[in-house]
Design a protein around this ligand. Structure first.
Ligand code: ADP
Ligand code: ASP
Ligand code: MG
Length: 412
């Protein structure tokens, strides 16, 4: 007998019929002799609907109240799934995050899980029940409801699996695994049989939202056996795993893209020590996260400084930068929120030179201008105009031969 945590995302529980189909899948696993904990998301579109309700009242809802509101989406799904299970003759019990002691810090809207007490869950499992838990939510030390950031149900599932010492955590979604690129952008993207935690972390943080970044961090830290699979069709999915020395590392395992960023530039800044902190200090003080940074020194000893922020912070960042420009006597400020970051990711890059230049040449051949570049040991990212998103991702997918599959089922 194994203990299995299954997580079903929004599309998988998007209608009553789908919830009933999920109940069948859960019962099937239970009938194989396993204990099953199910973590669910809100029905698809529900979190966005709740967000827009709030925004109809205020553009700046109190973070605490927003969490009280957003957490209701998942609460509806746990009750409906438990009813569906009971209706099919399977004993089940639903719990909100707080009821199973998913304790978080008090950073509303992006809280981090600090502790889970699995005792209550174990007790119900030992009584033969299926335990259905609301994803995406917890409570802070004072009992306030918190949420874990968009996509946070993945993290609830993995953290739950770690706390319960589950044998496996299965993330059921609307694709049948992790692909070499977003299958919505690249038609001939290939499913990966497996991917290392490190690559998956990089892919997730560069925009592949098939898994929330924190869920992968948790899985790596607690060695959770993690798999991404389809809710709608059978198959092995993709295993997220440690690097295996026997596995021939793929040079590139995937292409990620991120449309959530915007670019800001301040030009003609006097090139003195401390200038970077004068520019970025006020941005950080406003709690705006900066991603890529490029600084160039011009001939006249003045410098241009470009950085990217989340698109939702663009307007605020621009007005802060305009104030800074006046105070440090910069020549001009400009911005662009129609950009996309495209990245190639692969642990095999560590032992291969020339990935970046192959990438730049492929983009140049398509007439795509690169605006910014950043590299690490296992990735190269570029910022280009948003209109080149599809062309850029598809070109790189072909350039690195990913349609033939890096380490895919067909050539395993
Ligand atoms: P859920 O609601 O089940 O949590 P998500 O929408 O959060 O589902 O994640 C699944 C989606 O992630 C897919 O529909 C797909 O478009 C997108 N995605 C982005 N990059 C990838 C990738 N490399 N592999 C698979 N899916 C990806
Ligand atoms: N319902 C939340 C969201 O839409 C959490 C999740 O689905 O993982 O982001
Ligand atoms: Mg998701």
């Amino acid at each position: 007998m194994a203990l299995i945590v299954q997580k079903y995302g929004g599309t998988s529980v998007g209608t009553v019929e789908r919830i009933q189909a999920v109940a069948d899948k859960v019962i099937e696993t239970k009938k194989q002799g396993h204990q099953v904990v199910v973590v669910v998301s809100a029905m698809s579109g529900e979190t966005d609907r709740l967000l827009s309700l709030a925004n109809n009242i205020t553009q700046t809802p109190t973070p605490r109240e927003l969490d009280v509101l957003l957490s209701t989406g998942e609460q509806a799904t746990i009750a409906l799934l438990s009813m569906a299970l009971e209706e099919k003759g399977q004993a089940a019990v639903s719990y909100t995050g707080g009821q199973v002691h998913i304790r978080t810090d008090n950073e509303h809207n992006k809280a981090r899980i600090v502790d889970i007490d699995g005792a209550r869950v174990h007790k119900q499992l030992n009584d033969g029940k299926i335990v259905v838990i609301a994803g995406f939510q917890g409570v802070d030390e004072d009992g306030n409801i918190t949420t874990l950031g968009r996509g946070g149900s993945d993290t609830t599932a993995v953290a739950m699996a770690a706390a319960l010492k589950a044998d496996e955590c299965r993330i059921y979604t609307d694709v049948d695994g992790v692909y070499t690129a977003d299958p919505r952008v690249v038609e001939d993207a290939q499913r990966l049989v497996s991917i290392t935690y490190e690559e998956m972390l990089e892919m997730a943080s560069l925009g592949s939202k098939v898994l929330q970044i924190r869920s992968v961090e948790f899985a790596r830290k607690y060695n959770v056996n993690l798999r991404v699979l389809s809710s709608f069709k059978d198959g092995p999915g993709t295993l997220i795993t440690d690097e295996d020395e026997n596995m021939e590392a793929a040079l590139i395992s995937g292409i990620a893209h991120n449309k959530d960023e915007a670019k800001l530039t301040i030009v003609g800044v006097p090139d003195n020590p401390g200038i970077a902190s004068k520019i970025l200090g006020p941005i950080a003080d406003a709690n705006i996260e900066v991603d890529m940074i490029v600084q160039n020194v011009g001939v006249d000893n003045s410098t241009d400084f470009t950085f990217t922020v989340n698109r939702t912070d663009y307007d605020r960042a621009l007005s802060i930068l305009q104030k800074t420009a006046k105070s440090i006597k910069a020549k001009d400020v400009s911005g662009d929120n129609k950009i996309v970051k495209i990245s190639v990711v692969g642990v095999g890059m560590r032992s291969h030179a020339g990935i970046a230049s192959t990438m730049f040449k492929a983009l140049a051949d398509e007439g795509i201008n690169i605006q910014m570049i950043s590299t690490s040991e296992i990735k190269v990212s570029v910022v280009v105009a948003e209109k080149y998103l599809e062309l850029g991702v598809r070109t790189l997918h072909t350039t690195f031969g990913l349609e033939n599959g890096a380490i895919t089922e067909s050539n395993k």
